[in-house]
Design a protein around this ligand. Sequence first.
Ligand SMILES: [Zn+2]
Length: 195
Amino acid sequence: MRLIAAALLIIGALAAVGFARREDRIRQQTTLAAIATELAGRPVGVHCPGFLRSLVDTRGEAGRVAFGPDGRPANHTDLAPATCSALRQLDRVDFTCIERGDCGFKEFKAAWAAHTLAHESFHLRGFQDEGIAECYALQNTAFVAERLGVPTRQAQELQAWLYKDGYPNEPEDYRSSNCYAGGPLDLRPQSALFP
Ligand SMILES: [Zn+2]
């Protein structure tokens, strides 16, 4: 009898943990969807995989948006488990290393996750072209970082850092010859600051 009671207690505790995790995931998806919705200019969703699905994720992409044969995007993006977990912890990353110039891969990965959410948001806005989505994303990564708790100044530095050190190393179809200060893809041509 005591054994059954103990077993029930353990099952109850596991169910409570599972439920809390699910609640956390849903709360995070809601937060991320609000950010993506602002960048996409229409109501969109963000999916983070659950625990079991994240164990079998083998696609290796940071995020994706499906496009229909008519060239129109789906109404949500699927983010990779690593992207979701980096975004969840973004406010706990110390980005003062950017100014000092001694950031490591950990900080870069975290910053890249913020950029990924911006990138997928511009796909959701209707831009299927990787070069265009990427150029717009690079100009809105600070917005994402700030909304997820990174202080304003560090969010700006983070955005400049990715453009300087991340962008030149990207595959060719992600780089656009129109992505420069005052260029056709400059979202704030009045400002000298780019991205
Ligand atoms: Zn893309």
